[in-house]
Design a protein around this ligand. Structure first.
Ligand SMILES: Nc1ncnc2c1ncn2[C@@H]1O[C@H](COP(=O)(O)OP(=O)(O)OP(=O)(O)O)[C@@H](O)[C@H]1O
Length: 336
């Protein structure tokens, strides 16, 4: 049985100033209830525009948006209950009072002045995000990650049906990010809230999302389960959005020992193993610190490849390596 839908767009188009190269064109999407849907794509591909159309923040030039099968009312035309049911989490702390406490800011999200109700709901929301201990702290003095948790707690306090997060982990450092991602997944599981998130970061999308929508130049080019899109991307564009990878021409691929008749070969960094029996023909050119692992840029005959190295510190710039490419993807020129 297919999942119940909560939001959908039918052939929605929104071009800014009538310019077809901006905004989104003719988009039909179905957002399943109680799941995490991620909208991904390069900068300017229309992710935020689609989010705003889905939330009633923006009116399409043509097409429809439905919430529970009813047309979504526009926010600019006055408050409707649907607007409270769909909450957008702003990443810039715009709705927050920086000099006031976490408690004050989160409880301000409640429409009532009933103190008992406020205490109960605010305590619940702070506990849900693991920030009860910060309740007395002024919002302005928190770290980026803590601020983000407070913002989400405030958004969740009225139990919206849909939570929209635009680049939610931008300000959050890597360690904290995994915890927050885990907590959001947990909240979705426990509360049944539907989450739609927009992000650039492939790692957070792949570990969090149930569904991915890939946008390119205002159009959907692929959609489906993250594992499917990651392991079998139909388009070069999708592979590049989702994975740390190297894009090779047919000639460059030959240097890597790959014979291909297609115009482009893509190798994911994680599909290259270092070492083995081969001769050490690759030179380390750059070492990028990634926390518990490193990303190496290696080169042979001026062909660069990105490789993951989990034995941190083992190689230096100039070290010679042998590699083995375990898997690669081939794309013809019409699959870019
Ligand atoms: N208010 C606006 N007025 C004019 N053009 C706009 C406006 N908002 C967005 N655009 C244009 O529409 C296109 C899509 O923008 P949008 O912000 O939806 O993309 P995005 O994928 O969210 O980008 P990013 O990842 O950089 O935030 C871009 O070309 C952008 O310049």
């Amino acid at each position: 049985m297919s999942a119940e839908l909560i939001l959908e767009t039918i052939s929605i188009t929104k071009n800014y100033f009538g310019d077809k190269s901006t905004g989104v064109n003719n988009i039909t999407v179905f957002i399943p209830k109680g799941k995490i849907t991620a909208i991904v794509g390069e900068s300017g591909s229309g992710k935020t525009t689609l989010l705003k159309l889905l939330s009633g923040d923006l009116q399409g030039d043509s097409g429809d948006v439905f919430f529970h099968s009813q047309p979504i009312p526009l926010r600019s035309e006055g408050y409707k209950p649907e607007h409270a049911a769909i909450t957008m989490v702003s990443q810039d702390g715009r709705d927050m009072d920086y000099s006031e406490s976490v408690w004050y800011n989160v409880s301000a999200g409640l429409p009532t002045e009933d103190i008992n109700y406020q205490v109960q709901k605010t305590t619940q929301a702070l506990n849900l995000l693991g920030i009860y201990g910060l309740k007395e702290q002024p919002f302005g003095k928190l770290s980026g990650g803590e601020k983000q948790r407070v913002t989400i707690a405030k958004a969740l306090i009225n139990r919206p049906e849909v939570l929209m997060l635009d680049e939610p982990f931008n300000q959050v450092d890597a360690n904290y990010r995994e915890n927050l991602q885990h907590d959001i997944r947990q909240i979705v599981k426990e509360s049944g809230v539907t989450v739609i998130l927009v992000s650039h970061d492939p790692t957070e999308l792949l570990s969090m999302a149930d569904e991915l929508i890939v946008l390119k130049e205002g159009e959907i080019v692929e959609n489906g389960a993250p594992e499917k899109l990651y392991h079998s991307p139909k388009l070069l564009y999708t592979a590049k959005v989702l994975a740390a990878c190297s894009e090779l021409s047919t000639e460059d691929a030959a240097v890597c020992g790959i014979k291909s008749k297609r115009s482009t070969v893509v190798v994911y960094a994680e599909h290259i193993s270092i070492g083995g029996m081969g001769s050490k023909k690759w030179t380390v050119k750059q070492i990028l610190f990634k926390g518990f692992y490193e990303e190496l840029v290696i080169e042979r005959d001026e062909v660069p490849l990105r490789v993951l190295n989990y034995e941190r510190g083992k190689y230096k710039v100039g070290s010679k390596l042998a590699i083995k490419i375990e898997k690669y993807y081939e794309f013809g020129k019409y699959l870019s």
